[in-house]
Design a protein around this ligand. Structure first.
Ligand SMILES: Cc1cc2nc3c(=O)[nH]c(=O)nc-3n(C[C@H](O)[C@H](O)[C@H](O)COP(=O)(O)O)c2cc1C
Length: 253
């Protein structure tokens, strides 16, 4: 390819794309039938506290097993110029007692620096197959070290090595340079890359100080449910601060 020429376009062969559609047809048809057949709505009398219901929705999405990452949420932070920044993280816990969502990350990542400069965040779950959305706005704060230690210890040794090997959000010159960092990290923890331990082996790999959990203490929650038959339903709860009572209102969709 000479300079200035556009890169060659790689089309998926028709039969391959057809095969993919074939595999998806059954599940997609089932989801479509589910979505178009129902007329779900929120309770007429909205609960005083949205968290038990939000928790129930996340558990329901996990149980229905209709998407690979039912706990995935878009997390929006704000950078020091006031520009929002969003990415997916996994919600690893919902605490109904203080009305918070938990997630884990690298505090030296872009999101980590953004949250340390401005704790205002927003998160949104979308369960497409269930026609549900949940939005949360709140303030992010780091979890206690013990909670981060406990969660880190529950991860496989490969993920724990990965947390040391990746300076999340920083540039790296090449994929090979990244793999070299991983090799160096394995060696540092006495792991032979040519003969790695079993995936569930118990290895002593401590939590990096810059890796840990955050809780989003919510001051606003919105639950949205799509209805094919009639009209979508939507409700928002707000509270003036943690531990204070929520007030609920229904919103036009
Ligand atoms: C399904 C999915 C789940 C993810 N879960 C996490 C997570 O729990 N924590 C995390 O730090 N990054 C997670 N990521 C990667 C983030 O989306 C993001 O690329 C990374 O955290 C760097 O973001 P930042 O540069 O804005 O800090 C996930 C990505 C996907 C697609």
């Amino acid at each position: 390819m000479s300079a200035g020429q556009p890169p060659e376009k790689k089309n998926i062969p028709v039969d391959e794309a057809g095969a993919v559609r074939e595999v998806l047809r059954g599940p997609l048809d089932a989801i479509h039938a589910f979505k178009t057949s129902r007329d779900e709505h929120l309770p007429d009398a909205l609960p005083a506290d949205p968290f038990p219901m939000l928790h129930e929705w996340v558990e329901y999405a996990k149980a229905r097993n209709v998407q690979p990452n039912p706990t995935a949420m878009s997390l929006a932070t704000v950078d020091d110029s006031g520009q929002p920044n969003a990415r997916i993280v996994l919600c690893r816990g919902i605490d109904e007692r203080d009305g918070s969502l938990w997630f884990f990350t690298n505090s030296h990542s872009a999101k980590g620096w953004e949250m340390s400069g401005n704790s205002k965040v927003a998160a949104v779950f979308h369960w497409d197959a269930l026609d549900r959305q949940a939005r949360v706005r709140g303030l992010a704060e780091p979890l206690a070290a013990e909670a981060s230690d406990a969660y880190f210890a529950s991860r496989t040794w490969e993920k724990r090595v990965g947390a040391w090997a990746s300076d999340q959000s920083r540039p790296v010159v090449s994929r090979q340079a990244l793999l070299d960092k991983l090799l160096n990290t394995l060696t540092r923890f006495g792991i032979d890359p040519a003969n790695p331990p079993a995936a569930d082996a118990i290895l002593d790999i401590p939590r990096p100080p810059h890796w840990g959990g955050y809780r989003i203490v919510a001051f606003e929650v919105e639950l949205w449910v799509g209805s094919n038959a009639r009209i979508h339903d939507r409700a928002r709860w707000t509270r003036p601060g943690p531990g204070r009572p929520w007030s609920a209102m229904r919103l036009q969709p």
